[in-house]
Write a new protein. Structure first.
Length: 250
């Protein structure tokens, strides 16, 4: 595992965008696993800028998003599909056929989960998976529980996740969907490379627990210690509880 610390959110985002750009350069038809939330927004901005400067071409890639709320159609501004359109997809050369996001309003949600894992597998698997991390150490929407859920599944969101995400719903916790579809820990783990991003003081404890605690499903991100190809990119605040010798400043 490689752990890099950048001076701030902007530098973290730039580093993450550079890693995506070099992935696409070395394999133009890469499958990227993508994340939503506040953390990757500036990384997407940087990728859009690189695209405008003709430094990156998305025409052959495929994208698979980690998760989606149940009950929100793609047209709902709070859906993750909408988020991705607004922040990234519509600003670069990506066509609809290249984009996969679980459908939170599928008639048969269980089937949607099975189909999603099959789609990822049949595309050859994810080359580079981007992750954020929840204050409760969730990755995707894999919430702390007493076992690691392997496959894409429907999950009940933790109270702490509902609280954290209420900011996207006019601070109205009641408006946050209580369920979501998420790639499972096994689905994430099959990715050839994983890049986890964390910024800000509110993530420091989750990062500390990920790196220094036991590998346990009550800290879902702790499983990343077992993956052979993980890079964690932090800003100073997210790295504030780590020993200086455990990361590289970039
Ligand atoms: P955030 O969410 O980027 O909005 O902090 C990350 C997550 O919950 O995985």
């Amino acid at each position: 595992m490689e752990i890099l610390t950048c001076k701030d959110y902007s530098a973290m985002s730039q580093k993450a965008a550079e890693i995506i750009a070099s992935q696409i350069k070395s394999k133009p038809d890469s499958a990227l696993g993508l994340a939503t939330g506040s953390t990757p927004i500036k990384m997407y901005d940087q990728l859009v800028e690189m695209h405008k400067d003709s430094l990156i071409d998305f025409s052959q890639i495929k994208t698979f998003n980690l998760d989606e709320y149940c009950e929100l159609p793609q047209s709902n501004p709070q859906s993750y599909y909408y988020f991705m359109e607004e922040n990234f997809f519509r600003k670069v050369n990506l066509k609809k056929e290249q984009i996969y996001i679980p459908n939170g309003v599928a008639e048969d949600l269980e089937l949607e989960c099975v189909n999603y894992d099959n789609l990822i597998d049949s595309s050859g698997g994810i080359d580079l998976q981007v992750l954020g991390i929840g204050n409760n150490s969730h990755i995707g929407f894999n919430e702390p529980k007493d076992y690691f859920e392997k496959n894409t599944h429907i999950t009940q969101l933790d109270e702490s996740t509902l609280e954290a995400n209420a900011r996207f719903f006019d601070d109205n916790i009641e408006a946050v969907p209580k369920k979501a579809i998420t790639m499972g820990i096994g689905s994430i783990f099959k990715s050839k490379k994983i890049m986890l991003l964390a910024s800000g003081e509110s993530k420091a404890k989750a990062i500390y627990n990920t790196l220094y605690g036991k590998i346990t499903p009550t800290v879902p991100s702790s499983i990343l210690n077992l993956h052979p190809n993980v890079i964690i990119i932090l800003d100073e605040k997210a790295a504030s509880l780590l020993d200086e010798q455990d990361f590289k400043r970039v």
